[in-house]
Each structure stands twice: as structure tokens, then as C-alpha cells.
Write a new protein. Structure first.
Length: 78
């Protein structure tokens, strides 16, 4: 039975397809590792987002320059 014959179309060698047909758990493990890494990335992003300090969060800009933005510019040099 050639369950992984479709992988030849995306560039897998005949030997790789034979190994996957013999040991399909390798492919399942690969998919589980990718899902786990994706889940960890989402968790890290959520922790980063949830622990932002209020001054770090983006604020809506009403089109006005705030005193903080003009103070950072500093004096002009000639």
C-alpha cells in the first residue's frame, strides 16, 4: 500500500517514500512536533501580550502630537 506516494510529487525520493510507508509513525511524530512548536509560539506570544505594561501598549493617535513625541525630537542642529 502506497500511503505516501503523494510525497513523490512534492520532491521526496523513492527511498524516503519507502521509509514513510514502512514507518508511518515518523510522519505522525513530525506533525505532532510542528503542532507543539506552533502551540508554544502562541503561548509565548500570549504571555508577552498579557504582561505588557500600560505604557508599553500602543495608544490610538488622534492626529495630535503629544508632548512626549515633541520632547524626544530634541533641538535642531545647524
Amino acid at each position: 500500500m502506497n500511503n505516501f506516494a503523494w510525497m513523490r510529487k512534492i520532491g521526496a525520493t523513492n527511498e524516503a517514500v519507502a521509509v514513510l510507508n514502512d514507518q508511518p509513525n515518523l510522519f505522525v511524530n513530525f506533525l505532532l512536533v510542528l503542532a507543539g512548536l506552533g502551540g508554544q509560539c502562541l503561548l509565548i506570544w500570549y504571555i508577552h501580550f498579557a504582561t505588557l505594561k500600560p505604557e508599553q501598549a500602543r495608544r490610538k493617535n488622534d492626529g495630535k502630537k503629544s508632548a512626549v513625541n515633541t520632547a524626544k525630537a530634541g533641538p535642531r542642529r545647524k
